[in-house]
Write a protein that binds this ligand. Structure first.
Ligand code: BTN
Length: 240
């Protein structure tokens, strides 16, 4: 396996996007620290300490834009499976958050590299709080780490489990278009199926009940008028 280990970088996603053309598919970049960690929807991701897992994986599937959203689900399934293998009762909050005891422990940021109308590769970034105990004020109530929840597991162990589970699910998807195992994991370990949540899209906010995840990986919900809607992951965030 090709793993690049850095001491410090702005963002492992940005780093991998820069060198992407020159590295083989499956290359993983892990950094001890990030000075400009990025979250979804333009948010920043607190990752200045050496106590978490900040890593990115580069993938080069064909017809990338179409496959990218499902790759996020594969990463979510891999993380939740890896943690449960290690006796951590983690759940996945569609599409990209991993939750323990109602708090976020890990997030996924999938990005496409675009070179004038041609997308060459996809970078899947995974952030996980492992040993960090202190969070910025605004995160305090929403974020946690494995250690904070009393799961004292080494970063190496988590990384190897996550990569192992990810590779299995990803290969099955690319080689056989087999999605069922990812969907099964996302459903079985879902933090939101059968729950009421707010779907937030820009300034709009709608209360819905989550029913299921579709075979394409979209979220199926019932809205206030009792209509069933299918939500695409794109620009939404979900709040409990
Ligand atoms: C989110 O929950 O909003 C996604 C967080 C993704 C964070 C990871 S850390 C490694 C990789 N590099 C980044 O700059 N972001 C991702």
């Amino acid at each position: 396996k090709n793993i690049i280990h850095l001491e410090c970088v702005d963002s492992t996603n940005d780093y991998l996007k820069k060198i992407g053309n020159g590295v083989q598919e499956g290359t993983v970049v892990i950094s001890e620290e990030q000075t400009k960690g990025k979250g979804r929807l333009g948010r920043n991701w607190q990752s200045k300490s050496k106590e978490g897992i900040w890593m990115s994986i580069i993938l080069k599937p064909e017809i990338i834009p179409y496959k990218a959203p499902f790759i996020t689900l594969i990463a979510g399934a891999a993380i939740v499976k890896a943690l449960n293998n290690l006796q951590v009762p983690a759940k996945v909050k569609w599409p990209n958050d991993i939750i323990i005891n109602n708090k976020k422990v890990s997030g996924i940021l999938t990005e496409l590299s675009a070179e004038i109308e041609r997308v060459n590769y996809v970078v899947v970034g995974i952030g996980m709080n492992v040993k960090n105990l202190d969070f910025d004020k605004e995160l305090e109530e929403k974020a946690t780490s494995l250690y904070k929840e009393n799961y004292c597991i080494s970063r190496v162990e988590v990384i190897s489990q996550v990569l192992y589970e990810f590779e299995k699910l990803y290969k099955d998807y690319i080689e056989n278009n087999y999605k069922e195992e990812t969907l099964r994991i996302c459903r079985e370990y879902s933090a939101i199926i059968n729950k009421d949540v707010y779907i937030i899209k820009g300034d709009e906010k709608e209360l819905v009940k989550c029913i299921d995840i579709s075979n394409e990986g979209n979220l199926i919900v019932r809205d206030g008028n009792n209509n069933v809607q299918e939500i695409l992951s794109g620009e939404v965030s979900i709040r409990g």
